[in-house]
Design a protein around this ligand. Sequence first.
Ligand SMILES: [Zn+2]
Length: 333
Amino acid sequence: MGKEEWPMAATVKPNEDRPMADSMQIVDGGAVLFPGATLPLRATLPGFVTAIERALSGVDVPRYTVAVIQAEEGTQTLSDIGTTAVIRKYRRRVDGSVNVVTRGHQRFHLQQYGLGILDQVTYGQIQIIAEDVPLTAHRISNGFLPHWAYRLNDSHRLAQRAANIWNQKIRVPNMDSLVEKPSLLSVHIAGKIPVSTGTRQRLLDVNDMNRLRMAIELLRNIDHIRCKTCRSTIARQRDILVMSNEGCLGAYVDPQGHVFEIMTVHTVNGLFPFEEYGFNWFPGYTCRNALCGRCGYRVGWHFTTTNEILRPGTFWGLETLQMAEEQIPQMEL
Ligand SMILES: [Zn+2]
């Protein structure tokens, strides 16, 4: 029988001043994880299972914590910046695999990494990034405005602009309650904005204020969603389809343990369904591969149902890893 627990997050002190970085087990998340966001993982490969079991035991490694980072597609190269993830929930399965639900905690710089020959676990030296101290409104109540208070005004103005344009263009999930917390708003928007995995990594790489600026530019300007292989337009941002209160974007795991970040749209341009996929994340629907009509590569899935009660009757899921990186108009970061 499986076992579930909800451990508390352990905060690692930012260590940019210390010469020694922390050693941590590295996991390829398959999607870009932001602090505060949830990412499901399924450990099937022996090295991955070992890493999760060791994190659960806490022997020689930080307990309940792994370092999640995105591998550049088709290479073994890892990105420079990732996010530590706290294991919130886990279930061991009879076939030896482990299902875990993780929650993003702190951004880090990956300094170096290597594969353990005996255990097949990737280890990395990481440095936790010291984020700007969250500023709160009550700190300006003593009558004078020091330098950081102007920054506070700035960040709140940016947050309001980002929330406004989010409400116009995307709407779900609602971000209004986060306007007073610009840092939190920046990671929430970055985790939910319908853009390619490549662009999402760029949103992770920058600090809170620049993340808000980038998000505003993306929301204002990005319309075409393009195939990564041939760059033809495969959908428009206005075609996004909200399937749950999580919005139009979600991370899904298949039985082999692959994590896919899927963006749902009601209309596509030049895609065609091809053969059954063999697995389905949306109960009641049949799932087929969706191929790009121009280059023939698989860019996502097509879902249909014969159940007349289910709405919509048909929709598409685009894999954000197969979407071309969006061009962000020139902006000073
Ligand atoms: Zn294509």
